[in-house]
Write a protein that binds this ligand. Structure first.
Ligand code: DON
Length: 307
């Protein structure tokens, strides 16, 4: 194993002067209040070593990274029938794009674009009230990270509920094709709340550990999913986790990853470690600019890559 603490410290000091680059998401008003100079990084290895730097223990809005957890829950509830409702192909479009939905009759391309994650929220809602479904998601993430302190930031959820016009459009469009089982307001209530989960890099890296260790969290001993499912979730993160920037991320980093507009990225080095980075400034695809660079440097220095 390379000297990970040394590598993390080097990456942090190299990128520290560049903190603040990129554009902080402001279409969710509450996210615009975040200090653009924040930058944190945490690695948790499958042996339980934890290495961190910078603002690794400050909670931030994980936004779309939560879609990995809701997909895992939906697959647990619905198995392969999940794919009747959402595809598993890269979209080549922006995360909030509506264009493909019309030609593809309300079936979103993949579970990580907004439309796909809204379809997944509908699946997680099955048999539940929205409050119960949100509770189930929070409990699941706490179980994954083995941390009972993880919670939703209600101000972020409220802020998105008040301004999420695009998401209302996507959900209504899918409903017009008869593709949602629950009322649009219920589905979006679940979606906005899971996007508003607040976590630190350290918590996030712990929550992704099951994907680095063939479906079983090696620190808690909990088997979360069968190994084949972990491989498949990783495949989706690699091909779709950064929207129309997924090819670039695979080229530069070579690891399954999922980004969020809060500036976080969760990356998985199978058999090695789970990594979380956070820096709020985004690149033109809506992915953390400094966070992507940090992961590129990490992959370069460790040789971690799925290729
Ligand atoms: O629905 C939205 O627009 C946000 N709650 C999540 C989008 C997101 O994180 C895209 N990531 N890069």
């Amino acid at each position: 194993m390379p000297d990970l603490q040394k590598i993390v410290d080097e990456i942090y000091s190299k990128l520290k002067p560049r903190r603040g680059e990129g554009k902080v998401a402001d279409y969710i008003p509450q996210l615009a209040h975040v200090d653009p100079k924040k930058f944190g990084m945490a690695i948790v290895t499958v042996d339980g070593e934890v290495h961190k730097a910078g603002d690794a223990d400050i909670p931030f809005s994980i936004q779309s990274i939560s879609k990995v957890f809701t997909l895992t829950l939906a697959l647990g509830k619905h198995g392969e029938t999940t794919w009747n409702r959402v595809g598993r192909e890269p979209s080549g479009s922006a995360f909030n794009s509506i264009v493909q939905l019309e030609h593809e009759e309300g079936k979103p391309r993949n579970p990580f674009i907004n439309a796909g994650a809204i379809a997944v929220s509908d699946l997680v809602l099955a048999g539940h009230t929205p409050r119960e479904a949100i509770g189930e998601i929070v409990r699941f993430v706490r179980y994954l990270a083995d941390d009972e302190t993880i919670a939703i930031d209600p101000e972020v959820a409220k802020s998105e509920q008040a301004t999420g016009y695009r998401n209302f459009a996507l959900a209504n469009f899918m409903a017009s094709f008869g593709k949602l089982d629950h009322p649009v307001e219920h589905v979006l209530g679940v979606y906005f709340h899971h996007c508003a989960l607040a976590m630190t890099c350290t918590q996030l890296a712990h929550s992704g550990l099951f994907l680095a260790a063939a479906g079983k969290n090696p620190l808690t001993g909990h088997r979360v999913v069968p190994s084949q499912r972990a491989r498949r979730i990783n495949a989706l993160m690699l091909t779709c986790g950064h929207y129309d920037g997924s090819g670039d991320f695979a080229y530069r980093v070579g690891l399954p990853g999922k980004s969020g507009v809060g500036g976080g990225i969760l990356a998985v080095a199978p058999g090695k470690a789970s990594v979380a980075v956070w820096s709020p400034g985004l690149n033109h695809n809506g992915n953390s600019l400094i966070g992507s660079l940090a992961l590129e440097m990490l992959a370069d220095r460790t040789g971690w890559s799925v290729f």
